[in-house]
Design a protein around this ligand. Structure first.
Ligand code: G
Ligand code: G
Ligand code: MN
Ligand code: NA
Length: 254
């Protein structure tokens, strides 16, 4: 069976699940939210990384129903955490290029929010620079529509793509996520230190907040805190975990 054929069946067979990675505020150490990360437990092949199957899902168009399912699950989970008394758990969901081009995306997003009964501001969508730059006019319109509904918007893997300052200003973006390749060698690598500081300063002056990705040790955390970074995400704080483990983690920090 090809990967595409089994991926087609994965949704109905319940082989897909979302794991969640906590994001922590550098100001007060509180949980700012979680990023939903898709996992595929294949019955024969075991756990398959999204890095492997998202490209197949994109190519085949399966990313559209899968992405809709991810949005529904993430919003329902945000509602469940809220009902359990865990306040302010924002949920971030990754979008792929194909989803961004799909005319029904904004409607899918709002349907997921409304069905779950959460405030739209609980949901953050992560989009890469290359997706944004793929079709600037259409994406400005898409993001403005989502922003008007109250959904938060973040640029993922920031610094690795091609977005220019001129465009950055035109997209209604709330947050930049510094790509983890810039975080890996700080402190110590002068270029990466300068890049992190520049991204943070620029984001703040444009009214955006900043999340650093891939934080794996206390020295990186200290550097980022001193540089004024708002939120961090990475193995140093927590790895992505399933719903049960994430819930226990959130409860232990509440
Ligand atoms: O979780 P990490 O495990 O390995 O994720 C690998 C890549 O897959 C990351 O670039 C991440 O953004 C992407 N990814 C994870 N979950 C989703 C998802 O639900 N939708 C999309 N489009 N990409 C995802
Ligand atoms: O592209 P995106 O930023 O959505 O990808 C998130 C990916 O980063 C996931 O694969 C997740 O498992 C991975 N990740 C999360 N924290 C860390 C970390 O501290 N170090 C590394 N190397 N990868 C991380
Ligand atoms: Mn992401
Ligand atoms: Na990223």
């Amino acid at each position: 069976l090809s990967l595409e054929t089994s991926l087609r069946k994965a949704l109905e067979r319940g082989e897909l699940q979302l794991h969640y990675q906590p994001q922590v505020s550098l100001r007060d150490g509180r949980i700012a939210g979680v990023e939903a990360l898709l996992r595929w437990e294949h019955p024969e092949l075991g756990l398959i990384s999204p890095a492997e199957f998202i490209p197949v899902a994109e190519e085949s168009g399966l990313i559209v129903p899968i992405g809709r399912w991810v949005l529904q699950q993430a919003c329902r989970q945000a509602a469940a955490w809220e009902r359990a008394g865990l306040e302010n758990v924002n949920v971030a969901v990754n979008l792929s290029a194909r989803q961004a081009r799909e005319p029904g995306l904004a409607a899918d997003v709002m349907a997921a929010v409304e069905e779950a009964g959460i405030d739209a501001s609980r949901l953050e969508l992560e989009i890469t620079e290359s997706i944004l730059m793929d079709n600037v006019q259409a994406n400005i319109a898409l993001l403005e529509r989502l922003r008007a509904e109250g959904v938060r918007l973040a640029i993922d893997d920031f610094g690795t793509g091609y977005s220019s300052m001129a465009y950055l200003k035109r997209f209604p973006i709330d947050r930049l996520k510094i790509d983890r390749t810039f975080v890996r060698d700080i402190p110590g690598d002068g270029d990466d230190e300068a890049i992190c500081e520049a991204i943070i300063a620029m984001a703040h002056s444009l009214g955006m907040t900043v999340t650093a990705e891939g934080v794996e040790n206390a020295r990186q955390l200290e550097f980022l805190r001193n540089a004024g970074c708002d939120v961090m995400q990475g193995y140093y704080f927590a790895e992505p975990r399933n719903v049960q483990a994430t819930t226990r983690f959130l409860e232990s920090r509440a």
